[in-house]
Design a protein around this ligand. Structure first.
Ligand code: S3P
Length: 167
């Protein structure tokens, strides 16, 4: 099976859905954020503080290019879609599945989680970020509105779509 990339804004449920989908499909799950943290030996928050967002984005691209090329689920960081290079790479290597979630629901879920540096920049910033990324997120092979769906429903939905794709 081609690699499955889960994309979406912070709080959309990429990590949780990735794990559940991995179980359902019996596939390993990678997290680009986890790969970066492991490789650099520091948290995302520290990387943002000490090296800046631009450098973090470079780490994301290299994490993406070193993930296995098949039979794996990759939960990506919410900002991975911002670089065209990343969007192209994901679509070349596999299926890109967007977990789309309303901003109000995102806010309810993540609050101002201190481990996510971009949440510390205020409401207006978050709203603009959400709007600015919309078109990039929508360059996906499949889009699910996850706002009111349970994890089981989302997983079933993805499985059905994969079956239609002959996977
Ligand atoms: C980010 C999302 C985070 C993490 C970093 C930046 C973003 O991942 O990569 O804090 O730019 O949206 P999650 O989407 O898993 O929260």
């Amino acid at each position: 099976m081609r690699t499955i990339f889960l994309t979406g804004f912070m709080g959309a449920g990429k990590t949780t859905v990735g794990k559940a989908l991995g179980k359902a499909l019996n596939l390993p799950v990678h997290e680009t954020d986890d790969d970066i943290v492991e490789q650099k030996g520091k948290t995302i928050k520290k990387i943002f503080e000490e090296e800046g967002e631009v450098t973090f984005r470079e780490y994301e691209t290299s994490a993406l290019s070193t993930t296995p090329k098949e039979n794996v689920i990759v939960s990506t960081g919410g900002g991975i879609v911002m670089k065209e290079e990343n969007r192209k790479l994901m679509r070349k290597l596999g299926y890109v599945i967007l977990l789309s979630c309303d901003l109000d629901e995102v806010k309810r879920r993540v609050g101002n989680d201190p481990s996510r540096p971009l949440l510390q920049k205020g409401e207006e910033y978050l709203k603009n970020l959400y709007e600015d990324r919309r078109e990039f997120y929508h360059e996906a092979d499949y889009i699910i509105d996850v706002t009111d769906k349970s994890i089981a429903e989302i997983v079933a939905d993805i499985q059905e779509w994969l079956q239609e794709k002959g996977e």
